[in-house]
Design a binder for this molecule. Structure first.
Ligand code: FDP
Length: 286
């Protein structure tokens, strides 16, 4: 397994054994044709990426929600990852992804200490979208025999000027009122709802078509659902590099100082003008 991104940019990536996925996902029995028992797909993804990252020699620690404690190593970069984003989509075979944040300080720490981030989508094609502070670039996986290589697909991705789509998690009746009226205003503007329930899949189309992804503050869960360290800060960092803005409703997501690994915050990420408009609505709400 090879996986590393140097400060100069992407160097190499080999994906986990994708043939194992049907057996680990509950789509097929958890015993593969050779009779081996398969680990659940989220544990499997965690183990594969932890091993890959620590074996580079560059990781100082690797943290994920699948592990109670970060795995320590001897390198210099702290990695926070969501190894399988959208795991509730496994059973229905909808999109899945992975998110990685590369921090220059020990975890937990704020998104201001991100040196880079990337996300992978396991869709019709596998893509890897990254930023190391010099724009957003995308790679696509191409199979060559038994191995899979990533080739550069697009450079300097930017959010389009005319936003088209929005995708908000949770359910409408749980959203705080400011979010509900904001979504009404998006619909009046003719924007379309597009929500697949996987953060990276939903953000990926915001990046392609312009708009907003949110997992908002809920009336009964004001801190939302998504985790700052593993999910919202890395994605917000990349979104800023694409010309966008990410807010927790009152401030830039990158300014959140998480005190714990599992800290969550509301997240509104996408086209800067829309997210700023929503931030204003939320902060002026009674
Ligand atoms: P999941 O619980 O399926 O892993 O990371 C959490 C996440 O998925 C996001 O990928 C997704 O945006 C959100 O939760 C979906 O939550 P809802 O089902 O509540 O909309």
């Amino acid at each position: 397994m090879a996986f590393w991104v140097s400060p100069e940019g992407f160097t190499s990536f080999r994906s986990p054994d994708l043939n194992g996925i049907p057996f680990r996902s509950g789509l097929l029995k958890e015993v593969n044709p050779s009779g081996d028992t398969q680990k659940a797909i989220d544990v499997y993804s965690n183990d594969v990426y932890t091993e890959a990252l620590t074996s580079t020699g560059h990781a100082a620690e690797v943290a994920s929600e699948e592990m109670e404690e970060p795995t320590k190593a001897k390198g210099e970069v702290s990695v926070a990852m969501d190894p399988l984003d959208g795991s509730s989509n496994v059973g229905s075979n909808n999109p899945l992804g992975s998110i990685f944040g590369f921090y220059s300080k020990p975890l937990p720490t704020s998104g201001r200490n991100l040196a880079g981030s990337l996300y992978v989508t396991y869709g019709n094609v596998i893509t890897l979208t990254l930023s190391f502070g010099k724009g957003v670039h995308r790679f696509v996986a191409l199979r060559e025999g038994a191995s899979m290589n990533f080739e550069l697909l697009e450079v300097n991705l930017k959010l389009p000027d005319d936003p088209e789509v929005y995708g908000f998690g949770g359910s409408r009746k749980e959203w705080i009122p400011a979010v509900r009226s904001f979504v009404d205003s998006l619909e009046e503007k003719g924007m379309k709802e597009r929500y697949c329930g996987t953060f990276v899949g939903d953000y990926n189309q915001v990046l392609a078509r312009g708009g907003v992804f949110a997992y908002p503050a809920l009336v009964k869960k004001p801190q939302g659902k998504l985790r700052v360290l593993y999910e919202t800060a890395p994605m917000s960092y990349l979104n800023e590099q694409a010309g966008g803005y990410g807010s927790d409703g009152s401030k830039n997501i990158l300014d959140i100082e998480p005190t714990g690994f599992a800290d969550t915050s509301p997240a509104y990420i996408g086209s800067a003008s829309l997210v700023k408009e929503l931030e204003k609505l939320i902060s002026s709400a009674p």
